[in-house]
Design a protein around this ligand. Structure first.
Ligand code: HEM
Length: 483
């Protein structure tokens, strides 16, 4: 790709990547392309004007803020603006189906997530020939060609947009796109808004993108554009001495998307916290939960607030990301934060940076949304999951191998990570995986840090997923669609 690039144009980049489609409801429509590929490509040309760009999302978000401000002035709760967004991404199967033969330059993407599932630590079975099959839902064992993301203020709006999208691809008996499955995400209600199903505020720590997010919050790290967008500055392979990735020209301003359908066993997780608490040493179930995540439910980081929650700081962007695990006692003790806390495993900050190991190319931008209902009284009283709920995890980066795959496999699943610690950190209790094998971590109890806490179950259970490439708008026009 050319070294002299024009500055990033937000009208060229799909809107979910750098800003995030605004949503209360979000559908993920996984599809296969029909054998009449030419017709599909022509219909795709008709969809392009409906695709929400970064510039449009910036505009929508400005309208949402203005609406909130106007309502606040009148002392009213704001009414939701009717908004809808559409983005599209393709898997390697999709590229092949479309006859796009260029190698986009990411081995995990080319192989697909089903083949990567054992390497990610997913539970499953291995047959006599040594072939591994993960415990995924059947839909995700199909070849999925692509994904359409549809977001909006309500189920009604999103369903209507989905119907419009389907009507573009499928007219009467002339079908060019088959739905494999649609996952329906919904933001949690009321005070739980922004919190994932275990109850913790999510979406706080995201990398700022250089020359795009120009006002990072205190503690928020800025990454060069190529960490998120292909073909931009520092689009390099951190797993191979930072060698520049070789990409086809149309990959410029596209981004890879790791999509995971993650079920969460919330009553079981809560029971575990209650049973493992040790009030005689001051370890309440709330503190234990906060230490497993690295943040209190409010969002307040345990590195700064190790023993007591601080709800005000949890939601304050000037405070809630302003930490590096670099207090004098942080590197060798787990007084403040366990080495294996979820946030520390997935972004170890000073643990590596102070060893002069850059974490820039490991950063991902997390979008995604919760799915499923709130806990029912029957689930609360029985302590058993009855309804399906969890997180549709979606992470963008300029490379799956450097980003999501590395964070899951080499950090969360790796008991020796972070390195150079006096005790073995163990698994990330939230997402670390060991196939069908056992998991544990150290440092759960600050008063007994070398003790190992057995994790008797996986409370986050992957049920499917795929790797996608989210092309730029110019690439959709020039390479994917037909006029
Ligand atoms: C159901 C599964 C998951 C749950 C419940 C969960 C929950 C959370 C929560 C509560 C936070 C703290 C809020 C924040 O800093 O934004 C967080 C941060 C984060 N999570 Fe997850 N997460 C899940 C899956 C994953 C997966 C699969 C990955 C990647 C392999 C991941 C990577 C991250 C990263 C990179 C951060 C930010 C860490 C930081 O910069 O401090 N998460 N997650």
């Amino acid at each position: 790709m050319s070294a002299t690039l024009t500055p990033l144009n937000p009208a060229n980049v799909q809107g979910d990547i750098l800003v995030g489609l605004p949503k209360k409801v979000q559908h993920y429509l996984f599809f296969q392309i029909d054998n009449d590929v030419t017709s599909f490509r022509k219909r795709l040309g008709l969809l392009i004007p409906l695709i929400t760009t970064t510039a449009q999302v910036q505009d929508d978000r400005a309208k949402i803020s203005a609406n909130k401000e106007a309502a606040a002035k009148e002392g009213k709760a704001p009414e939701l603006l009717k908004l809808s967004g559409v983005n599209i991404a393709f898997s390697q199967f999709g590229l092949t189906k479309l006859g796009i033969t260029d190698n986009v330059g990411d081995t995990a993407f080319v192989e697909g997530q089903l083949k990567d599932s054992q390497n990610l630590g997913d539970a499953g079975t291995t047959d006599a020939q040594g072939n591994f099959t993960p415990d995924w839902l059947p839909a995700f064992k199909n070849q999925i060609h692509g994904l359409i993301i549809i977001s909006g203020d309500s189920e009604l709006t999103v369903s209507a947009t989905q119907a419009t999208v389907m009507a573009i691809f499928n007219i009467g008996i002339h079908i060019t796109l088959h739905e494999v499955t649609t996952l329906k995400g919904v933001v949690r209600p009321g005070a739980e808004k922004g919190h994932e199903h275990f109850g913790f505020l999510d979406g706080i720590s995201q990398p700022a993108v250089k020359e795009f997010d120009t006002k990072p919050n205190p503690g928020q790290e800025t990454v060069r554009q190529g960490v998120i967008l292909c073909g931009r500055e520092n689009d390099v392979d951190a797993n191979n001495n930072n060698t520049p990735f070789v990409r086809p020209p149309w990959a410029l301003d596209g981004s890879f998307l790791a999509l995971r359908y993650l079920f969460q066993l919330v009553p079981e997780f809560n029971t575990f916290l209650t049973q493992s608490a040790d009030p005689t040493t001051g370890l309440s179930s709330d503190l234990l939960g906060a230490r497993l995540v690295g943040r209190w439910k409010s969002g307040a980081p345990v590195d700064v607030f190790p023993l007591q929650d601080n709800p005000e700081a949890g939601t304050d962007p000037s405070q809630n990301n302003n930490f590096r695990y670099d207090f004098p006692d942080d590197q060798q003790t787990q007084d403040r934060c366990p080495f294996a806390a979820h946030t520390r495993k997935t972004n170890p900050r000073a643990d590596l940076e102070d060893l002069n190991i850059s974490t820039e190319s490991r950063r991902i931008i997390r979008r995604g949304v919760q799915f499923g209902p709130e806990l029912t009284p029957a689930e609360i009283s029985s302590g058993k999951t009855i309804e399906q709920r969890g997180l549709i995890f979606a992470a963008y980066s300029g490379s799956i191998t450097n980003g999501f795959q590395f964070v899951q496999h080499s950090w969360a699943d790796n008991t020796g990570f972070p390195i150079n610690k006096p005790v073995t950190p163990g698994f990330d209790a939230i997402i670390g995986q060991n196939g069908n094998g056992p998991r544990s971590l150290s440092g759960a109890n600050p008063k007994n840090q070398s003790a190992t806490l057995a994790l008797p179950a996986n409370w986050v259970v992957p049920k499917g997923g795929e790797y996608f490439f989210s092309p730029s708008i110019p690439a959709l026009r020039s390479t994917f669609a037909l006029a």
